[in-house]
Design a protein around this ligand. Structure first.
Ligand code: PA5
Length: 433
């Protein structure tokens, strides 16, 4: 269950409904083009129209990895890793990788290929030496430098450890069905391969094998995740912004943007949502930041960042809007006990639980930010579980498409990302650059 509250956004219904025609026109475009293989709209009906045979194969592969591996190393960058990490961290034990094996029961999940640091890979190689490993290399293009380098190094390491034939059984490739160097390598080496559909862009791909294999390996129920997304798919079909919270969110952030609120901070009060925010930042940043336009998506983990970014948010440049993700029921709770001495002065909280205190911090912060001219939107989910996460993912994806279309940019390309690559390749003397 996902609820959207914009009563503190400074935007009233009349302002939202003024964009009614634009929303309908964009919704029509989405509906008319969602089956066109040349548009990147494959995510729209994905919660219903996914490859069921592959879905079962994902579960089987996850099962095998759970049986034969201490670690799954997920090699990918951007849209090819953030979604998996967001879901795994949101739904797993806060100290998942550190739990003893008999309590965790499923492999530790480690990420690689999302940076070029020699230190990071060096330290990861030390882990490989001492543990059983599987690799899931994920790249839609199959040519991205960071994961390609990590895969070359890690593949060699596990070939040395297990021999080439056993290593093959521990390598899972998620890539395009036909194109790219990774697809060529997977065919040549006969690695088990999963497909990223042509019409699903990287940052919209978490509900394909890109996210699902690592998520299932971590013991998370991917059927329920898809059910949650399907529920959202049905709920956010309405072309009337009045009845569609997902479109309301898209409209409000655009209205605020046009009034000078050029940065949106996504705030959470659960550390396990940190990577959900990272995923959201990429989704919105790459989709909207182009043609000299776009809301800058920033993220904060509260209350942690109230002690680092709180001053700026309250009192700095007034170009901010804030969207809070509120989780109604915590997975577990702790009540503060009475202390005879009360030296820390906390007895006024005795008998209160941490969730209550966290929620009061949230309410107080929203109040302070709103009075400091930071308009607020709140998205509430009843609990952190597969259904709600699937729902939230779809909510943000659909809102992102609508928001980009209102902004009159193409939300599905990312031409700007190529610039650093060209320079890097020239400096590295890659042939042709
Ligand atoms: O959203 C996107 O398309 C990008 O962020 C890509 O996911 C990212 O650049 C990784 O690309 P690839 O999957 O081709 O390696």
């Amino acid at each position: 269950m996902v609820k959207f509250d914009y009563s503190n956004s400074s935007i009233i219904d009349r302002m939202i409904y003024a964009l009614d025609d634009k929303v309908k026109e964009n919704n029509k475009w989405i509906e008319e083009n969602k089956d066109d293989e040349t548009q990147f709209l494959g995510w729209v009906d994905l919660p219903e129209k996914y490859d069921k045979e592959e879905f079962e194969r994902i579960k089987k592969a996850a099962n095998k990895i759970q049986k034969d591996s201490d670690f799954l190393i997920v090699i990918g960058i951007g849209g090819s890793y953030l979604g998996a990490r967001a879901v795994i961290e949101a739904l797993s034990h806060s100290f998942y990788n550190m739990m003893p094996n008999d309590r965790r029961k499923t492999p530790k999940i480690i990420y690689a290929g999302n940076n070029l640091s020699p230190n990071y890979l060096h330290d990861l190689l030390e882990l490989i030496a001492e543990n059983d490993i599987s690799l899931n290399v994920i790249s839609k293009s199959g040519t991205t430098t960071e994961p390609a380098i990590a895969f070359r190094i890690l593949r060699e390491a596990i070939e040395t450890k297990y021999g080439v034939d056993e290593a093959k059984k521990r390598i899972y490739v998620t890539t395009d069905k036909a194109k790219g160097a990774l697809k060529g390598l997977a065919d040549e080496e006969k690695y088990e391969t999963f497909v990223i559909p042509d019409n699903v862009g990287g940052r919209f791909s978490v509900l394909t094998a890109v996210g699902l294999l690592p998520i299932a390996t971590a013991g998370i129920d991917i059927d329920k995740l898809m059910e949650g997304a399907k529920e959202a798919m049905d709920k956010y079909k309405d072309q009337e912004v009045k009845f569609n919270d997902c479109y309301k969110y898209a409209v409000i952030r655009n209205l605020l943007y046009n009034s000078g609120k050029t940065t949106e901070i996504l705030a959470n009060y659960e550390p396990s949502l940190h990577y959900m925010t990272e995923w959201w930042k990429q989704l919105y940043g790459e989709s909207e930041g182009k043609d000299g336009k776009g809301i800058f998506p920033a993220g904060v983990d509260f209350t942690t960042d109230l002690h680092s970014m709180g001053q700026y948010i309250q009192d700095g440049n007034r170009n901010l809007m804030e969207t809070v993700i509120c989780v109604e029921e915590p997975k577990s709770n702790i009540t503060l006990a009475e202390d005879k001495e009360n030296i820390d002065g906390l007895n006024f909280l005795a008998g209160k639980d941490l969730d209550y205190i966290n929620k009061k911090a949230m309410e107080g912060t929203i109040e302070a930010h709103v009075s400091g001219n930071v308009p607020n939107m709140k998205i509430t989910i009843d609990r952190l579980d597969e259904e709600n996460l699937g729902h939230l993912i779809y909510f943000f994806e659909k809102a992102c498409a609508m928001s980009g279309l209102i902004l009159e940019v193409n939300p599905f390309n990312q031409p700007g990302v190529e610039e650093y690559k060209k320079n890097m390749f020239r400096l590295l003397e890659k042939p042709g650059y």
